[in-house]
Design a protein around this ligand. Structure first.
Ligand code: LLP
Length: 410
């Protein structure tokens, strides 16, 4: 598969675009995404799961930029949404409502009503109360939506504790007993069609065996009901943030699940595996200072633009835009935000750097811009989409005036 980011004549490129020039033209910090890499990622997941006849629903929460969504829609994906806002955006970007799946533990009655009114394809229901509300709202509208009951299989997946969702200490899904009861009582919910089960035990999953276990648990619950044969296996396919950690591939997941899922209609909600390694955050060095025996490289990028290192201790590779022959030395790459956790990397091996040098924080296409904030009154960065040698700004940089826009001044 083509690398999204690679050096040519010592300058880091995204596809055919030299990132030193892009950083100069647009300014930093900025997010840059490779269209080719997204296409390749979709093909990779699709090819792996083709023997299972799976339908793919791109998980908007990973990156909801409109230009990216339009590109992903053009590849014939459905969408996975977790809020009214994501549903509206998916439809705006062109996704047909019937190919949207709607998940989430806290869907409000207003969001459920909206989703029914626009004709969302599947509701992943996460509690008895939600099922009752959905049934009532559907009855009032004379519609009968498809429902997949989200099972919490009680499996603590091997991933960061903050993104493990399939254990009973987490708020997500319903315990097996509750799912079993709801399936047995289906007649009590005449305005919904309970046709499937949904699982998502976590993101960045390190072990395929846990997903297999969860799928088996879901199948055992559905076994008595021949018309409950849709299985939505959620997202969770990991991406390598560091070269030293071998992780299962989409093919590994597909190979492990294929023997189990014959006769089932399979859905998948990939997010990270589609966009993560297609994106980078470009930042510039403001200054370098030494303190307590460490080299601090202070950049114009921070936890406000990329929260993952601060929130999960995530380790994103950081590389210079201009490659150097000089020896590398560990650097703490930090931002200007007034928080000790405002660290992009604790120990990036980097050559000597000075003010103005550019760096790329890699594998930042997923859960990057979507989690960015205006903390410290920082305007959110622009986003650039690269296609071959062409690039375009697909979201402009916020301005200080933008930050005032919603405030009501008397
Ligand atoms: N489906 C459901 C029901 C989900 O909750 C998620 C992610 C996905 C699909 C997509 O999963 P993926 O393919 O991306 O693993 N902010 C965190 C990740 C949170 C994931 C939340 N749910 C991070 O930066 O690592």
């Amino acid at each position: 598969m083509s690398e999204a980011f690679s050096y040519r004549a010592d300058v880091l490129h995204c596809a055919d675009v030299p990132l030193t020039e892009l950083a100069e033209a647009v300014g930093t910090p900025l997010y840059v995404y490779s269209a080719e890499r997204m296409r390749a990622n979709v093909e990779r997941v699709r090819a792996a799961f083709a023997p299972l006849g799976a339908t793919l629903h791109y998980s908007l929460k990973a990156n909801a930029n409109l230009a990216l969504l339009r590109l992903l829609h053009s590849l014939d994906l459905g969408a996975d949404a977790v809020s009214g806002g994501e549903i509206e955006r998916a439809i705006y970007a062109g996704f047909p409502p019937q190919r949207i799946v709607f998940a989430g533990v806290g869907k409000t009655p207003a969001e459920l009503a909206y989703a029914l009114d626009v004709g969302v394809g599947w509701f992943n229901v996460e509690s008895r109360d939600e099922l009752r509300t959905l049934d009532r709202l559907a009855g009032e509208r004379g519609v009968r939506p498809n429902v997949a009951l989200r099972l919490n299989p009680g499996i603590r997946a091997q991933t960061h504790a903050h993104i493990a969702t399939g254990h009973l200490g987490a708020k997500f899904g319903m315990a097996a007993e509750v799912v079993a009861e709801l399936l047995a009582e289906r007649a009590a919910y005449p305005h919904v069609h309970i046709g499937g089960l949904h699982i998502h035990i976590g993101s960045q999953l390190a072990d395929v065996a846990e997903t297999v276990q969860a799928v088996r648990a879901a199948q055992a619950l559905a076994a008595p009901y021949a018309d409950v044969r849709v299985l939505n296996v959620g997202g969770g396919i990991p991406v390598p943030y560091r070269a030293d950690a071998p992780l299962p591939t989409p093919q590994d997941f597909a190979d492990a699940l294929a023997p189990l899922l014959r006769g089932w209609r399979v859905k998948l909600e990939p997010g990270r595996s589609v966009v993560a390694d297609a994106g980078a955050l470009l930042v510039s060095v403001i200054r370098v200072k030494r303190q307590g025996g460490r080299r601090f490289v202070v950049t114009d990028g921070s936890m406000a633009e990329l929260l993952r290192p601060a929130l999960y201790g995530a380790q994103h590779p950081i590389v210079p835009l201009r490659r150097s022959e000089k020896a590398t030395e560990a650097a703490a790459v930090v931002g200007p935000v007034c928080e000790s956790t405002d660290v992009l990397s604790q120990d990036a091996p980097l050559p000597p750097l000075r003010a103005g040098d550019g760096l790329a924080v890699l594998v930042a296409g997923a859960y990057g811009m979507v989690m960015a904030s205006n903390y410290n009154m920082r305007p959110r960065p622009p986003e650039v989409l690269v296609e071959g040698a062409r690039w375009r700004v697909v979201r402009r940089r916020e301005t200080w005036a933008d930050l005032r826009r919603l405030e009501v001044e008397t």
